[in-house]
Design a protein around this ligand. Structure first.
Ligand SMILES: Nc1ncnc2c1ncn2[C@@H]1O[C@H](COP(=O)(O)OP(=O)(O)O)[C@@H](O)[C@H]1O
Ligand SMILES: [Mg+2]
Length: 300
């Protein structure tokens, strides 16, 4: 029997994460979504994806649970934070490790392409975004998206994580497969450093343009060898989808929650910036995104 220590309630899904007293195992409790996540993770392991091995799963006390092996003690997000506190910047080591894990994931994904299939709706949470932001449900937005999807159709479709970012990456692999779904090859990993900018700069570190360029160059070596293409050409399209993803489920149910309202407005502003940039240039420079602090100051 294990003693389980509480780690956290999960973000964006019902359930809880627990760690065994010896630190060797993690347990998640939840419902049907966790069952689907666990089944996907088992499949991903058989496909050679860098994921923790599931060692037990089932039902107890009317809930679903899954136990997996620990694949490290700190995420790259925590390492980036520690670097920034110590040296004022994220180390190249973190960037290099992120690129190495990303390349492993890319290789496994490219080895198992899916039949071409729709992926945008799920990856972008498009229905939720348009429901909460009906003023964005316009011909113009749909035309820009269609143009991006036409270009992205050059890429093979593979099984993806959908929420690949430093908090879910450890040296030995990728955790937290709750979202998973089909994506174009590269969608998961290329935006991983750019998406820090969507968090508004309050997370304790920033990524420099040089670090983003080094990361992208490392991934391009991998995709060139895998499919003969520098997939960085599609980073703009990927980031347009991320503009949707980070706007989804942001509209506060209670309009009186000023803190939540301003975060929603912030993501709406990033969406608009991303859309404008993609429309005019086919790319999106997250270096132009304001911090949440600056945005808030300008919208008081
Ligand atoms: N297999 C694992 N190995 C190491 N750490 C893990 C593992 N699974 C979970 N963790 C830790 O638990 C935290 C929460 O798990 P996660 O599934 O990412 O929750 P959330 O859905 O809230 O993001 C992670 O940030 C990580 O610190
Ligand atoms: Mg997580």
């Amino acid at each position: 029997m294990n003693d389980w220590e509480f780690v956290k309630h999960r973000t964006a899904t019902q359930g809880t994460v627990w760690r065994s007293a010896d630190g060797l195992l993690y347990k998640r409790t939840g419902d049907e979504d966790l069952r689907a996540e666990t089944e996907f993770q088992r499949l991903a392991a058989t496909l050679g994806y860098p994921v923790p091995e599931i060692v037990d799963s089932g039902s107890e006390n009317g809930h679903y649970f899954a136990v997996e092996r620990a694949i490290g003690t700190t995420s790259l997000h925590e390492e980036a934070l520690a670097d920034a506190r110590r040296d004022g910047q994220v180390s190249h080591h973190v960037v290099g490790t992120a690129a190495a894990v990303a390349s492993k994931l890319l290789r496994a994904q490219a080895r198992h392409p899916l039949q071409a299939r729709p992926w945008f709706e799920k990856a972008a949470f498009a229905a939720e975004v348009f429901e909460e932001n009906p003023d964005f449900d316009t011909t113009r937005v749909h035309e820009v998206v269609d143009r991006a999807l036409d270009r992205l159709a050059q890429l093979p479709v593979v099984q993806g994580h959908l929420d690949f970012g430093l908090p879910n990456v450890l040296r030995a692999g990728v955790i937290d497969w709750q979202h998973h779904g089909p994506v174009p090859l590269g969608y998961d990993v290329y935006p991983a450093l750019d998406i820090v900018a969507f968090k508004g700069g309050g997370k304790g570190y920033t990524i420099t343009p040089e670090q983003r360029a080094a990361y992208t160059a490392a991934l391009d070596e991998t995709t060139t060898s895998l499919i003969g293409q520098r997939v960085s050409e599609h980073l703009g399209g990927f980031l347009l989808v991320k503009c949707f993803f980070f706007l989804a489920l942001m509209r506060p149910a209670d309009p009186a929650r000023h803190d939540k309202h301003i975060k929603w407005q912030y993501r709406r502003a990033l969406f608009t910036m991303g859309l404008d940039q993609y429309e005019s240039s086919g790319s999106i420079d997250t270096g132009t995104f304001p911090t949440l602090e600056r945005f808030t100051a300008e919208h008081r």
